[in-house]
Design a protein around this ligand. Structure first.
Ligand SMILES: Cc1cc2nc3c(=O)[nH]c(=O)nc-3n(C[C@H](O)[C@H](O)[C@H](O)COP(=O)(O)O)c2cc1C
Ligand SMILES: CCCCCCC(=O)C(=O)O
Length: 350
């Protein structure tokens, strides 16, 4: 009998066992040498926690709000494409798992209901954003790190193909002519808008009254420009290391972005979150909440809605324990002084 996973990393192996190789490779893979993919996780391991003692931690409160919406813990679901390749119930099961944990899910436009990336065809983007707003979505997340699709070599070898995406039924065919290499890349070449620039924020404002977040910020320069452009929030992200290889591990640039933003808008974070201690470290470095990508998909592939719920619960339980063991009963008790980066460790040795 298969044993129950005890941490989110164990869901990856279960997902690998149940998924066709082409789909597992698509979900798990990163760009090119996959240097950043490895760094996203390993950079967390170079940060240590500085626990404080003799603090009353008999009651831990992880609840918080993001853009005015209350969630049970600062752990949300990142947008990831095509959940029906992982499980027949697709994004519906993921959304139910997220709802059971009382948290927010960001739906990828490459799925069943809405859009948060901009296409060459702005008329189509506008229709999808407006449909999302009408159906009760609470924010638009514009992914800004994908003017073109990153080079995912596993997808090239597997000749990965995209199914027809329900969002685009009646609007656009996702069938592309590609006998060779990654069908996703061929599809992206026809649809992703590589001419996109800051003017798009104003355009989005003109078509929706929803808050607008940009996802994919990695530098203080762009963080400042995003605030100037009037965004309502920033997601520090390198797209799960699937776009530009040798871009920095996201946790290593979080603080730079947080300082540049100076509290003007919320800063969310994703990339490599696999443990409650990772969530704690991201919060200590200034994130308001984190998004989780692959582990949610692995939970979905392995056990459907229940798997998604378990992944989120495990991260929450681990965060709660980390807070207790670090002397932080509330999220606002987690401060910069609760973590020590590798740079600080090296500096202290000089
Ligand atoms: C299979 C997969 C599909 C993704 N699809 C999208 C997408 O459609 N839109 C988007 O903004 N980000 C997408 N991402 C990036 C995630 O939103 C997120 O930034 C990343 O997965 C976080 O890293 P993690 O997987 O280590 O948690 C995708 C990531 C994966 C793994
Ligand atoms: C069918 C289109 C998939 C586009 C790529 C989705 C994505 O962002 C990813 O990282 O994969």
């Amino acid at each position: 009998m298969e044993s129950e996973p005890v941490n989110v990393k164990e869901f990856q192996e279960l997902a690998k066992q149940v998924l066709p190789k082409m789909y597992y490779d698509y979900y798990a893979g990163g760009a090119e040498d996959q240097y950043t993919l490895k760094q996203n996780v390993e950079a967390f391991q170079r940060i240590t926690i500085r626990p404080r003692i003799l603090v009353d931690v008999s009651r831990i409160d992880m609840s918080t709000t993001v853009l005015g919406h209350e969630i049970s813990a600062p752990i949300m679901v990142a947008p990831t494409a095509m959940h029906q390749l992982a499980h027949s119930e697709g994004e519906v099961a993921t959304a139910r798992g997220a709802a059971a944990c009382n948290t927010i899910m960001i739906l990828s436009y490459n799925s069943t209901c809405t859009v948060e990336e901009v296409f060459k065809r702005r008329d189509i983007s506008a229709q999808l954003v407006q449909r999302a707003e009408k159906s009760g979505f609470k924010a638009v997340v514009l992914t800004v790190d994908a003017p073109r699709l990153g080079r995912r070599e596993a997808d090239i070898k597997n000749k990965m193909v995209a199914p027809q995406l329900k969002n685009f039924e009646g609007l656009l065919s996702t069938a592309v002519n590609s006998n060779d290499g990654s069908g996703l890349e061929a599809y992206a070449n026809e649809t992703f808008d590589s001419s996109l620039c800051w003017e798009v924020i104003g355009w989005l404002r003109s078509i929706t009254s929803l808050p607008i977040l940009v996802k994919g910020v990695l530098t203080h320069e762009d963080a400042r420009m995003a605030v100037e452009a009037g965004v309502d929030g920033i997601v520090v992200s390198n797209h799960g290391a699937r776009q530009l290889d040798y871009s920095p591990a996201t946790i290593s640039v979080l603080e730079e972005v947080v300082h540049a933003v100076g509290g003007k808008v919320p800063v969310l974070f994703d990339g490599g979150i696999r443990r409650g201690t990772d969530v704690f470290k991201a919060l200590a470095l200034g994130a308001q909440a984190v998004l989780v990508g692959r582990p949610v998909v692995y939970g979905l592939a392995a056990k459907g809605e229940y798997g998604v719920r378990r992944v989120l619960e495990m991260l929450k339980d681990e965060l709660e324990l980390t807070m207790a063991l670090s002397g932080c009963p509330r999220l606002q008790d987690i401060t910069r002084r609760h973590v020590r980066t590798e740079q600080e460790r090296l500096h202290s040795m000089l």
